[in-house]
Design a protein around this ligand. Structure first.
Ligand SMILES: NC(=O)c1ccc[n+]([C@@H]2O[C@H](COP(=O)([O-])OP(=O)(O)OC[C@H]3O[C@@H](n4cnc5c(N)ncnc54)[C@H](OP(=O)(O)O)[C@@H]3O)[C@@H](O)[C@H]2O)c1
Length: 340
């Protein structure tokens, strides 16, 4: 698909309380040309990530997206113009692009997508992309699971969470998920092989979690923050580890987070909580491909990309992250996949 028009989502103001539709506007402009040393990438898939809400609001590990510019997003696409020695037209690449039909970039934030036989391109949006790397390195490098340990994951039926429990199982651990609906919990314990799952929207979930971890929690993979963290902390074992991946419950808050109020558990249990960023693992992606690739090819890890259609539907799709509307990795298809 090619078009002379580049549709793009302009960020007009900083969102408050998740009012994304009031601050983003879909605009049209001529497709830009790649300048000296640049590439132009036609977006095929746009990754929708909770952290996008942070980028809209304030400086964090990346600067906030400047107002009146195109929203930033992780893209998988095809190079359709190249003035860069490293890339040629037709290369399939992934990297930091835009909520747009096309991204023009200097190439430093893009890399070629590998081609592991038998795996579809969409896998590189999910388990073999940034999402997979987050689950893989967050659990293995930060959590350091040992056989027989209990791993609890929040937002367990989401992009990262759905992979973390499965990797934990492959490493000989007991995996327990926390998710926001009975259907999600059934998916976790059914198709994905989690040992137990707890619906945190049901009354008495705190007790249900306690019952699901008779030997306590050795690793709590943190995706959510707030009360869920507080309950997980209360069940943490001595020498427990908390890979701190994210705190989605707080990304749209207009009030300061109320808790957790029991952080001193880290002292009494001699436990460790450590934040990490998947961007830091970019040089180690080959390690992830080497282990995750065969797991995926052998069907030992199941994965799902919830794929919505059309750049124009990006905002409707994005909202799902904050209402629990997605299962697995959320992405939008913007144009047709190239032949491989
Ligand atoms: N550190 C890193 O480098 C890195 C990289 C990628 C992602 N992350 C973080 O990892 C976490 C998961 O990201 P993801 O991409 O895998 O997204 P995701 O889990 O696919 O999507 C978000 C899910 O979070 C749950 N959720 C939303 N609001 C919630 C709330 N207030 N309380 C509890 N659960 C809530 C919803 O599921 P339910 O139906 O279960 O509520 C929703 O479906 C996020 O915190 C994200 O920022 C960090």
């Amino acid at each position: 698909m090619s078009t002379a028009i580049n549709r793009h989502w302009l960020l007009l103001d900083r969102p408050k309380g998740g009012n994304f539709s009031e601050v983003l506007s879909l605009r049209e402009a001529p497709v830009p040309d790649a300048g000296e040393g640049q590439i132009r990438v036609r977006s095929v898939y746009l990754s929708l990530d909770p952290t996008n809400a942070v980028w809209m609001q304030y400086d964090s590990y990346l600067p906030a997206v400047p107002l009146n510019t195109t929203m930033r997003g992780l893209v998988l696409g095809v190079v359709d113009q190249s003035n860069h020695a490293k890339f040629k037209v037709g290369d399939i690449v992934t990297g930091m692009g835009s909520w747009a039909d096309y991204t023009v970039a200097d190439g430093s934030s893009f890399g070629r997508v590998p081609n592991i036989p038998g795996l579809p391109l969409l896998a590189y949006m999910g388990p073999l992309g940034m999402t997979g790397a987050t689950a893989y390195f967050g659990l293995l490098d930060i959590g350091k699971p040992k056989e027989g340990e209990t791993v609890v994951v929040s937002a367990a039926a989401g992009a990262v969470g759905s992979l973390v429990g499965q990797i934990a199982k492959l490493k000989g651990c007991r995996a327990v998920g926390i998710a926001g609906s009975a259907d999600k919990c059934n998916w976790l314990t059914g198709e994905l092989g989690y040992d137990a799952a707890v619906n945190y929207k049901e009354k008495g979930w705190q007790k249900a979690l306690k019952n699901a971890v008779p030997d306590g929690i050795d690793i709590y993979f943190e995706n959510v923050g707030g009360e869920i963290t507080e309950v997980a902390l209360s069940l943490l074992n001595v020498k427990g580890r908390i890979p701190f991946c994210g705190a989605i419950s707080q990304y749209n808050s207009t009030e300061p987070a109320p808790g957790p109020r029991n952080l001193s558990v880290l002292v009494s249990r001699r436990a460790r909580m450590e934040g990490f960023l998947v961007l830091d693992y970019a040089p180690r992606m080959a390690e992830m491909y080497a282990e995750m690739g065969p797991w995926l090819a052998a069907g030992q890890i199941k994965w799902k990309v919830e794929l919505d259609q059309g750049l124009e539907n990006t905002l409707t799709s994005f909202n799902k992250l904050f209402t629990g509307g997605n299962t697995g990795k959320l992405a939008v298809q913007i144009s047709d996949e190239p032949a491989r």
